[in-house]
Write a protein that binds this ligand. Structure first.
Ligand SMILES: [Fe+2]
Ligand SMILES: [Fe+2]
Ligand SMILES: [Fe+2]
Length: 442
């Protein structure tokens, strides 16, 4: 595989695995749906490309739930308050709009949009019925329900195979398309549905990526995907819109001040976008809480750097991003997390992340306070040099040009010269793509 393509496929894998990384009852839901859907797709005679699209559609079909109503599944649907129900019903369209922006995965969009349509026309968002529903969406519907029934939920425990088969039989012609349901029941009866394994899933995702992606993937597509993942991370926390991108821009600016080489700058660029990847696994009720966190809630927060690093560490092409992600909350004085490293034992990339991340946190509005303002934040970086922050890095941060900070809040397009080497080599790209506006709404 071409190296650009391998990096891109790695990012897609990270996105799919983070969508399956929610703790507890949603753990690996998407990947399990994906495996069952591919198997059903083969039974229904779908070709390679359609099956490849199915795997990704299965895992990404609930992308729209992020920041919308993720905690809804803690209760039975019938018991949800009306406003939550209404929000849940919006998720296929939100997923569709997020998925349709992912380069090379555009064909997933209709599957994702229709994954909650019912055969009898009582589904959403378009109340399509029988053969108007794309086959892939019918497959996703049954794979999703069957997988959910087979997992523990806070309000009930996992159902056994016979109970699930009864529910499927009762849902034929209602929730489920008759042919797809028949295929499922036949496989189930013959005990031909294999146990879910990571290895098989990973293999399936990589083959699917190989099949859907072109021979060469441009760095511009890669950056677009980084932005999409970052927007998804930021969408979890209503107060951090654009946070990941600003951290990436600042980190590269610090690297410039320190005279670091090109590959480190590229690394910082990607790490900036992905540093909070593990936040996608933190329950919304914790992130959005307006008040003091309990020990249990704070444990989720402390876990996010390690969770993010673990996801990236499983993907060979993204492995060198793990250090910056894992240690971005360490402090120079050793009072940070997750490991309490101190001084120069904290990798440089992570020291840079820490300063840029804190600066952006201070200058952003939070659930519990307003922005502290750029002046206060800069003073704080100076004051905390040698306690919270690495002194060399803090010094470099304070030397970043004014124009970079002005560019951060989206008042002015970023010039290409501000972007890392990897991106700079692409002179033919449309510079408007890099306006912060395009990125914020992207
Ligand atoms: Fe869904
Ligand atoms: Fe973080
Ligand atoms: Fe952050």
């Amino acid at each position: 595989m071409d190296s650009g393509k391998a990096f891109y496929a790695g990012l897609l894998e990270a996105l799919t695995s983070v969508m399956g990384s929610a703790k507890g009852y949603l753990h690996e839901h998407g990947p399990r749906v994906g495996m069952l859907a591919t198997q059903l797709g083969a039974e229904m005679g779908l070709g390679r490309s359609d099956r490849s699209a199915l795997v990704f559609a299965a895992v990404l079909s609930d992308m729209g739930m992020v920041g919308l109503a993720e905690d809804a599944w803690e209760n039975p649907v019938a018991q949800l308050p009306d406003d939550v129900k209404a929000r849940v019903r919006q998720h296929p369209e939100r997923s569709e709009s997020r998925v349709s922006e992912i380069p090379h995965l555009e064909r997933l969009a209709p599957l994702v949009r229709h994954h909650h349509e019912w055969w009898d026309g009582s589904g959403y968002p378009d109340a399509l019925s029988d053969s108007d529903i794309p086959i892939g969406a019918l497959i996703l519907r049954i794979a999703d329900t069957v997988t959910a029934l087979g997992a523990d939920r806070p309000h009930r425990s996992a159902l056994g195979k016979p109970e699930i088969a009864d529910i499927v039989r009762a849902g034929v012609g209602k929730e489920f398309g008759p042919e797809v349901a028949e295929k499922f029941l036949a496989l189930d009866r013959a005990e031909e549905i294999p146990e879910f394994t990571h290895a098989a899933y990973r293999h399936t995702v990589l083959r699917a990526a190989e099949h859907l992606l072109p021979e060469e993937v441009s760095p511009i597509s890669t950056d677009q995907l980084l932005v999409i993942v970052a927007n998804l991370i930021d969408a979890k926390d209503p107060y951090t819109g654009g946070h990941s991108r600003r951290v990436a821009v600042l980190a590269v600016a610090v690297a410039d001040q320190m005279g670091l080489e090109g590959h480190l700058k590229s690394q910082l660029w990607s790490v900036g976008y992905l540093h909070d990847l593990g936040k996608l696994a933190v329950p919304l009720r914790v992130l959005a809480k307006n008040g003091k966190l309990t020990e249990e809630e704070f444990a989720y927060i402390r876990a996010h750097p390690g969770d993010g690093a673990e996801i990236l560490g499983r993907i060979p092409t993204l492995e060198d991003l793990t250090t910056g992600v894992r240690y971005h909350h360490e402090r120079w004085d050793g009072k940070g997390y997750p490991e309490g490293l101190s001084g120069e034992r904290i990798p440089l990339v992570a020291q840079i992340m820490a300063v840029c991340d804190s600066y952006d946190a201070m200058t952003s509005k939070r659930a519990y306070r307003d922005s502290l303002g750029p002046e206060f934040a800069r003073d704080e970086v100076a004051r905390e040099a040698g306690t919270q922050f690495g002194p060399r890095v803090a010094e470099a941060f304070l030397e970043i040009g004014k124009d970079i900070f002005e560019g951060l809040n989206g008042t002015r397009p970023m010039s290409l010269s501000e972007l890392p080497q990897r991106v700079q080599t692409l002179r033919h790209i449309d510079p408007r793509w890099f306006t912060s506006q395009a990125i914020e709404t992207g």
